[in-house]
Design a protein. Structure first.
Length: 131
Protein backbone atom coordinates (compact mmCIF):
# COMPACT_ATOMS: atom_id res chain seq x y z
CA UNK A 1 0.00 0.00 0.00
CA UNK A 2 1.39 3.42 -0.86
CA UNK A 3 1.15 6.45 1.42
CA UNK A 4 -1.82 7.88 -0.37
CA UNK A 5 -3.84 4.72 0.10
CA UNK A 6 -2.74 4.47 3.67
CA UNK A 7 -3.91 7.98 4.36
CA UNK A 8 -7.26 7.28 2.76
CA UNK A 9 -7.64 4.16 4.81
CA UNK A 10 -6.89 6.17 7.95
CA UNK A 11 -9.44 8.80 7.00
CA UNK A 12 -12.06 6.16 6.41
CA UNK A 13 -11.40 4.55 9.77
CA UNK A 14 -11.63 7.96 11.37
CA UNK A 15 -14.94 8.75 9.72
CA UNK A 16 -16.36 5.40 10.70
CA UNK A 17 -15.31 5.95 14.27
CA UNK A 18 -16.91 9.39 14.29
CA UNK A 19 -20.15 7.99 12.91
CA UNK A 20 -20.55 5.94 16.08
CA UNK A 21 -22.15 2.55 16.45
CA UNK A 22 -25.55 1.52 15.20
CA UNK A 23 -26.54 0.62 18.76
CA UNK A 24 -25.83 4.20 19.84
CA UNK A 25 -27.40 5.95 16.87
CA UNK A 26 -30.32 3.62 16.37
CA UNK A 27 -30.92 1.79 19.64
CA UNK A 28 -34.16 0.27 18.40
CA UNK A 29 -32.57 -1.37 15.36
CA UNK A 30 -31.64 -5.02 15.70
CA UNK A 31 -30.33 -5.60 12.17
CA UNK A 32 -30.10 -4.05 8.73
CA UNK A 33 -29.38 -5.41 5.35
CA UNK A 34 -28.31 -3.24 2.45
CA UNK A 35 -28.47 -4.89 -0.93
CA UNK A 36 -26.81 -3.05 -3.74
CA UNK A 37 -26.47 -3.56 -7.44
CA UNK A 38 -23.64 -1.55 -8.90
CA UNK A 39 -23.86 -0.33 -12.47
CA UNK A 40 -21.13 1.33 -14.40
CA UNK A 41 -20.70 3.04 -17.74
CA UNK A 42 -17.49 2.65 -19.57
CA UNK A 43 -15.76 5.08 -21.89
CA UNK A 44 -16.90 2.96 -24.78
CA UNK A 45 -20.58 2.62 -24.08
CA UNK A 46 -23.46 4.77 -23.00
CA UNK A 47 -25.48 2.09 -21.34
CA UNK A 48 -25.26 0.95 -17.75
CA UNK A 49 -23.47 -2.32 -17.30
CA UNK A 50 -23.94 -4.51 -14.31
CA UNK A 51 -20.74 -4.37 -12.32
CA UNK A 52 -21.37 -6.27 -9.12
CA UNK A 53 -23.85 -7.26 -6.46
CA UNK A 54 -23.11 -6.49 -2.87
CA UNK A 55 -24.94 -7.13 0.35
CA UNK A 56 -23.89 -5.36 3.49
CA UNK A 57 -25.14 -6.72 6.79
CA UNK A 58 -25.32 -4.21 9.56
CA UNK A 59 -25.42 -5.31 13.19
CA UNK A 60 -25.89 -3.16 16.30
CA UNK A 61 -22.13 -3.22 16.87
CA UNK A 62 -21.41 -2.08 13.32
CA UNK A 63 -20.42 1.50 12.63
CA UNK A 64 -23.29 3.72 11.57
CA UNK A 65 -21.38 4.77 8.50
CA UNK A 66 -23.33 4.42 5.30
CA UNK A 67 -21.16 5.87 2.61
CA UNK A 68 -20.61 3.28 -0.07
CA UNK A 69 -17.55 3.93 -2.14
CA UNK A 70 -18.02 4.29 -5.89
CA UNK A 71 -16.38 1.33 -7.59
CA UNK A 72 -15.01 3.37 -10.46
CA UNK A 73 -11.25 3.31 -10.14
CA UNK A 74 -10.49 6.98 -10.53
CA UNK A 75 -13.61 8.17 -8.70
CA UNK A 76 -13.28 9.30 -5.10
CA UNK A 77 -16.95 9.81 -4.49
CA UNK A 78 -19.35 7.62 -2.58
CA UNK A 79 -23.03 6.90 -2.35
CA UNK A 80 -24.48 8.26 0.83
CA UNK A 81 -27.30 6.18 2.27
CA UNK A 82 -27.25 7.94 5.60
CA UNK A 83 -30.22 10.18 4.97
CA UNK A 84 -32.31 7.33 3.63
CA UNK A 85 -31.51 5.15 6.63
CA UNK A 86 -32.08 7.99 9.10
CA UNK A 87 -35.48 8.60 7.54
CA UNK A 88 -36.40 4.92 7.62
CA UNK A 89 -35.53 4.49 11.28
CA UNK A 90 -37.32 7.70 12.21
CA UNK A 91 -40.50 6.43 10.59
CA UNK A 92 -39.93 2.80 11.61
CA UNK A 93 -39.98 1.83 7.97
CA UNK A 94 -38.91 -1.72 7.24
CA UNK A 95 -38.06 -1.53 3.59
CA UNK A 96 -36.91 1.09 1.16
CA UNK A 97 -35.42 0.98 -2.26
CA UNK A 98 -34.16 3.41 -4.83
CA UNK A 99 -31.40 4.36 -7.13
CA UNK A 100 -28.54 6.80 -6.68
CA UNK A 101 -26.21 8.10 -9.32
CA UNK A 102 -22.65 8.83 -8.39
CA UNK A 103 -22.02 12.54 -8.15
CA UNK A 104 -18.27 12.18 -8.47
CA UNK A 105 -16.67 14.53 -10.93
CA UNK A 106 -13.20 14.61 -12.30
CA UNK A 107 -11.01 14.25 -15.30
CA UNK A 108 -11.94 11.18 -17.26
CA UNK A 109 -15.20 10.69 -15.38
CA UNK A 110 -18.49 10.77 -17.21
CA UNK A 111 -21.41 12.55 -15.61
CA UNK A 112 -23.35 9.32 -15.24
CA UNK A 113 -20.44 6.96 -14.91
CA UNK A 114 -21.96 4.85 -12.19
CA UNK A 115 -25.06 4.23 -10.13
CA UNK A 116 -26.43 1.80 -7.59
CA UNK A 117 -29.83 0.35 -7.03
CA UNK A 118 -30.34 -0.31 -3.38
CA UNK A 119 -32.80 -2.13 -1.22
CA UNK A 120 -32.58 -1.60 2.51
CA UNK A 121 -34.26 -3.79 5.07
CA UNK A 122 -34.35 -2.75 8.70
CA UNK A 123 -35.35 -4.93 11.61
CA UNK A 124 -36.37 -3.39 14.87
CA UNK A 125 -36.30 -4.56 18.44
CA UNK A 126 -39.72 -5.45 19.68
CA UNK A 127 -38.98 -4.60 23.24
CA UNK A 128 -37.99 -1.19 24.33
CA UNK A 129 -34.72 -1.43 26.20
CA UNK A 130 -34.13 0.82 29.10
CA UNK A 131 -30.75 2.49 29.08
ZN1 LIG B 1 -18.21 7.61 -9.01
Amino acid sequence: MNNNNMQKRQELLQKRAEAGLVSERFPNVSAMEIKMVYFQRTMYSDSDKLLMLRTVKVAPDSHAYFHMQCMTKICESSYNLKRTINGMVKNKKKKASGKISCSGKGEGLKANHACVEYEITVRYNNKRKKA
